[in-house]
Design a protein around this ligand. Structure first.
Ligand SMILES: Nc1nc2c(ncn2[C@@H]2O[C@H](COP(=O)(O)OP(=O)(O)O)[C@@H](O)[C@H]2O)c(=O)[nH]1
Ligand SMILES: [Mg+2]
Length: 192
């Protein structure tokens, strides 16, 4: 499958399951990960757009799912970041439910983002369990790799991948422009 990453368009925002659009047979790719891990920045980088996907300097602010279309050939869903400590517990629960109910609509694949500098926490492990339970193919995207030296990169990759049941992964840096071709290649492989 060939995807045109240069023609991304914003489609709509959903804050509850009743708002989830039905895209028919168009493949849907969900982007998940902790608040501030780099989800929106990664989508802008994939789409070669500066501001199509709103990035926020206030972590935890995005409480909605935003849908983007690549010329009608694929849909990307930017999911709310989970696990932001300063968000009240009830609000966090609501986000968890929104993420879970979206994943239960069976998107075709999941991009699971982890900051290369972090160790998976209970929220990440829960995310992994949702992914495994759903049976949806996932790619682990290790973000912000420009922030660590080579040796640390290898050590942290092993640390994260070991804890996340050896999901297939790619290294990504929007700052150093690293990982884009590889990720696009892997997305296309999975969708084929
Ligand atoms: N150094 C570096 N910073 C990044 C990278 N990707 C994202 N960021 C920064 O991380 C912060 C959070 O990014 P954002 O996309 O809003 O995260 P989101 O909450 O997961 O959508 C922003 O300040 C970004 O500029 C990267 O590859 N390298
Ligand atoms: Mg975001």
């Amino acid at each position: 499958m060939k995807l045109s990453f240069q023609n991304a368009k914003f489609l709509k925002t959903a804050v509850k399951p009743e708002h989830f659009p039905d895209f028919g047979t168009t493949p849907e790719i969900a982007v998940v990960g902790r608040s501030n891990v780099g989800k929106s920045t990664l989508l802008n980088h994939l789409f070669k757009s500066k501001n199509l996907v709103k990035t926020s300097s206030t972590p935890g602010k995005t409480q909605a799912i935003n849908f983007f279309s690549l010329d009608g050939t694929a849909i990307f869903a930017d999911l709310p970041g989970y696990g932001y400590a300063k968000v009240p517990i009830l609000e966090r629960k609501k986000w968890g439910e929104l993420i879970e109910s979206y994943l239960s609509t069976k998107p075709n694949m999941i991009l699971f983002l982890m900051d290369i500098r972090r160790t998976p926490n209970p929220d990440d492990v829960q995310m992994l369990q949702w992914i495994e339970a759903s049976g949806i193919p996932a790619i682990l995207v290790l973000t912000k790799v420009d922030k660590v030296k080579r040796g640390e990169r290898a050590k942290q990759t092993k640390n994260i991948v070991d804890r996340l049941n050896n999901l297939p992964y790619v290294h990504y840096s929007t700052v150093k422009n690293e990982g884009r071709n590889q990720l696009i290649h892997q997305i296309c492989e999975v969708l084929n």
